[in-house]
Design a protein around this ligand. Structure first.
Ligand code: PLZ
Length: 423
């Protein structure tokens, strides 16, 4: 087998430079809480493929379901010749997502595509053009979703012009907004929408209940419910982007449940199918069914192999109670992260929920972001065999997203490496 070094040389000659990788090691296999490269080096996995392999890599049920499906048929296109698994995934999403009202779902390939479709549905159903998004938001890399995403480098730089009718308002970011309470922070955002956009022009308000790429920003309590309430009164479609937070990651099936918020539409992807590409929009039947027949779709959306994997993943989440696992992992991690933070003035805050946790790194005694220190700590983790990711508008947030099937031993070893990297 080629070594990671050899593969890296080939990659540089073959793969576009614009596609980056966190570590220069090439994967041979992965499972549980570890990734092993082609040289036999092992990493503890605190990334889960960016919050995707919540059920773990090659989870037994997923492997079995995919194998069985691939032998029956690989693709017919649901828009041409439909099949049961697509319907079954939609039934399950309708039942699992918050809100006891009647729902419908539609399936797509990527998170960005789900977000694009949620916007299409909201615009079609309301007849209004505007979409409201938040500071630090991340919603994807396609043209519309770049417009919805806040951060310029690396996501938007020189890729414009971007789609129009997108308006950005402040996020509740307790560390950086002076600790505004949720209601006050929401009132600030709502006033801006009403004065600068006009509620009657707004089709959708789109928000990550806990921001992902933007820095694992957890809004103050009450922020999401206040926005939900305003959206209802204003006839605005409340869209929760649960692409990173969904499927047990935060200790509930969906992060919105924490404050009892019921979105009109939810965008889903990542954790839905144990690593196979699948995404969904799930929401109120009246909105979803407003769109004319043929208005939604795509060649691969709800591919039968991905649907089989999704059914197996959701079954695994139920069977192993991965929401409880996320809470347990989170409790173990928070304790260790707080100890690290107490001994290191560069850590401004430990935050997150369940197994979606982060540390924001600053110049000691200030709130000035320190992306260099963040990168150095992250690099030390990688060198010592822990795969961590960074995020945040300022590049100064270390984030932790272990698979929800990580063993206690692997979790402990990962946290030991992290503690030593702060050393
Ligand atoms: N919405 C909340 O987190 C994907 C992107 C990584 P896709 N986040 C990881 C990168 O650098 O490209 C994401 C997300 C939220 C939408 C998306 C987009 O999902 O499946 O990557 O299109």
């Amino acid at each position: 087998m080629a070594t990671s070094e050899e593969l890296h040389k080939r990659r540089v000659e073959a793969v576009a430079r614009g596609v980056g990788s966190t570590i220069p090691a090439y994967v041979d296999r992965a499972g549980g809480g570890t990734i092993t490269d082609v040289d036999g080096r092992e990493w503890i996995d605190f990334a889960a493929g960016i919050a995707v392999t919540n059920v773990g890599n090659s989870a037994p049920r997923v492997v079995e379901a995919v194998r069985a499906q691939v032998e029956r048929f690989t693709h017919t296109c649901f828009m041409v010749a439909p099949y049961e698994s697509y319907v079954a995934v939609c039934e399950q999403l309708n039942a699992l997502t918050p809100g006891g009202f009647e729902k419908r779902s539609a399936l797509f390939n990527s998170g960005a595509e789900a977000v694009e479709n949620a916007v299409k549905i909201a615009r079609h159903a309301t007849g209004r053009p505007a979409v409201v998004v938040f500071d630090h938001a991340y919603h994807g890399r396609t043209n519309l979703t770049m417009a919805l995403t806040a951060k310029n480098m690396p996501y938007k730089h020189r890729f414009g012009p971007f789609a129009g009718e997108v308006y950005r308002v402040p996020m509740s970011y307790p560390l950086r907004d002076g600790g505004l309470d949720g209601a006050t922070a929401a009132a600030r955002s709502i006033e801006m929408i009403e004065k600068q956009v006009g509620a009657e022009n707004v089709a959708a308000l789109l928000i990550e209940p806990i921001q992902g790429e933007g820095g694992f920003v957890v809004p103050a309590q009450g922020f999401l419910p206040a926005l939900r309430e305003w959206a209802t009164a204003a006839g605005v479609v409340f869209v929760a982007d649960e692409i990173q937070t969904g499927f047990c990651r935060t200790g509930d099936w969906f992060a919105c449940e924490h404050e009892g918020v019921q979105p009109d539409l939810i965008t889903l992807a990542k954790g839905i199918a144990g690593g196979l590409p699948l995404a969904a929009v799930t929401g109120r039947a009246d909105l979803m069914d407003a769109v004319h027949v043929g208005g939604l779709g795509g060649t691969y959306g709800g591919n039968p192999i991905a649907c089989a994997a999704a059914l197996a993943s959701m079954e695994t989440m139920r069977e192993l109670d991965l929401a409880a696992a996320a809470r347990r992992i989170g409790a173990v991690m928070v304790e260790r992260l707080r100890v690290i933070a107490a001994g290191d003035p560069r850590v401004a805050e430990v935050r997150g929920r369940g197994a979606m946790l982060a540390m924001e790194i600053v110049v000691p005694g200030t709130l000035t972001p320190d992306p260099a220190a963040t990168a150095a700590i992250s690099a030390a983790c990688h060198a010592a065999g822990l795969l961590t990711l960074t995020c945040g508008t300022y590049g100064n947030v270390l984030r932790f997203l272990p698979p929800l099937v990580i063993s206690d031993d692997e979790l402990g070893r990962g946290l030991d490496i992290l503690a030593a990297a702060f050393g």
